[in-house]
Design a protein around this ligand. Structure first.
Ligand SMILES: NC(=O)c1ccc[n+]([C@@H]2O[C@H](COP(=O)([O-])OP(=O)(O)OC[C@H]3O[C@@H](n4cnc5c(N)ncnc54)[C@H](OP(=O)(O)O)[C@@H]3O)[C@@H](O)[C@H]2O)c1
Length: 246
C-alpha cells in the first residue's frame, strides 16, 4: 500500500485519480475545498470509513493553512499537485490584473507552499508530479494568465528535476490536452481530441508507474503542439489566429 496525496481531488481529473488509486489498494489523501461529490459515491464513503481515504480541506490561496495541514500528513510515496483554475483574458488591451493575480496565485504560488510542506515528506524514490498543461507548449489566445501559469509550472518542474536527483525523487510534469471536466465545460471554442477524466487518470498513473518525467497525452494532439512549439513562431501564430470560438 502506497501513501498518495492529490490536490484538486474533488472533481475532474483529480477525482478520477483518487478513485483509481483507491481501487489499486493505496491510501489516498484527497485535498480540495468542496467534497460534495464524495457524498454521492458509496465506494468513497466506505474508503473514508476504513481510513483508506483522508479528506484534507484547504484553499490553495491560504498559504498558512497549506503549511499547517500538509505538515500533519504521513510520509508519502506519491504526491500529485493537480489543483488549478482557468480564467481567460477577454480584453488584452484592458488587461485585468486581478484576474491574472488570481490565476497565478492559485496555479503557481500555492505550489511553492505545497512544495515547502511536502518535499520533506517524500519517501526515498518517491514521485512528485506537477500538473502543467499542453497550453504551455505553444501560446494560445486569451491564455495570458492560464498559459503563463502552466508555463511557469513546466519550468519549475524541470528546474526541480535538475536539483533533486532521480534516485531520491522522480519529478514529473503532466501536460494533458483537452479533458472533459467542469474546468473545460466553460470553454466556448472547439476542443480537439477531448478525452474523459478517467482516461486522463490512466495516462497519469501509467506515466508515474513508469517513472516518466514528462507525461503528456493524448499523444497525437500533444506531439502536434510540441512540434508547433519547435517551429518558427510565425507558423503557430498564423494557425492560432485562425482558430474560431464557437
Ligand atoms: N481539463 C483539461 O482539459 C485540462 C488540461 C490541462 C491541464 N488541466 C489541469 O488539470 C488540473 C485539474 O483540472 P480539471 O480539468 O480536473 O478541473 P476541475 O474539475 O475544475 O478540478 C479542479 C480542481 O482544483 C481544485 N481547486 C481549484 N481552485 C482551488 C483552490 N483555490 N483551492 C483548493 N483547490 C482548488 C478544485 O477543488 P475545489 O473546487 O474543491 O476547491 C478541483 O478539485 C488543473 O490544474 C488544470 O489546469 C486540465
Amino acid at each position: 500500500m502506497r501513501n498518495v496525496l492529490i490536490t484538486g481531488a474533488t472533481s475532474g481529473i483529480g477525482l478520477s485519480l483518487v478513485e483509481k488509486y483507491l481501487q489499486a489498494g493505496d491510501k489516498v489523501y484527497a485535498c480540495g475545498r468542496n467534497f460534495q461529490a464524495y457524498l454521492k459515491s458509496s465506494s468513497l464513503i466506505d474508503a473514508e470509513k476504513s481510513d483508506k481515504l483522508v479528506k484534507i480541506v484547504f484553499d490553495m490561496n491560504h498559504h498558512d493553512a497549506i503549511i499547517d495541514v500538509l505538515t500533519e500528513v504521513e510520509s508519502l510515496d506519491i504526491a500529485i499537485l493537480n489543483a488549478g483554475t482557468c480564467e481567460y483574458i477577454d480584453d488584452a488591451m484592458g488587461f485585468d490584473a486581478e484576474l491574472f493575480e488570481r490565476v497565478i496565485n492559485t496555479n503557481v504560488i500555492s505550489i511553492g507552499y505545497c512544495l515547502q510542506a511536502l518535499l520533506p515528506k517524500m519517501k526515498q524514490k518517491g514521485h512528485l508530479a506537477l500538473m502543467g498543461s499542453s497550453a504551455a507548449f505553444v501560446p494560445f489566445q486569451r491564455a495570458e494568465a492560464y498559459g503563463a501559469s502552466k508555463a511557469a509550472i513546466h519550468y519549475l518542474a524541470q528546474s526541480l528535476q535538475l536539483d533533486i536527483p532521480k534516485e531520491r525523487l522522480t519529478i514529473s510534469v503532466i501536460a494533458p490536452g483537452f479533458v472533459k471536466t467542469p474546468l473545460t465545460d466553460k470553454n466556448d471554442f472547439p476542443m480537439p481530441m477531448l478525452i474523459e477524466p478517467d482516461k486522463a487518470a490512466d495516462h497519469i498513473i501509467n506515466g508515474i508507474n513508469n517513472n516518466k518525467q514528462h507525461i503528456h497525452f493524448p499523444f497525437p494532439f500533444t506531439r502536434f503542439l510540441i512540434l508547433m512549439g519547435a517551429l518558427p513562431s510565425c507558423i503557430w501564430q498564423w494557425m492560432a489566429l485562425r482558430m474560431k470560438r464557437k
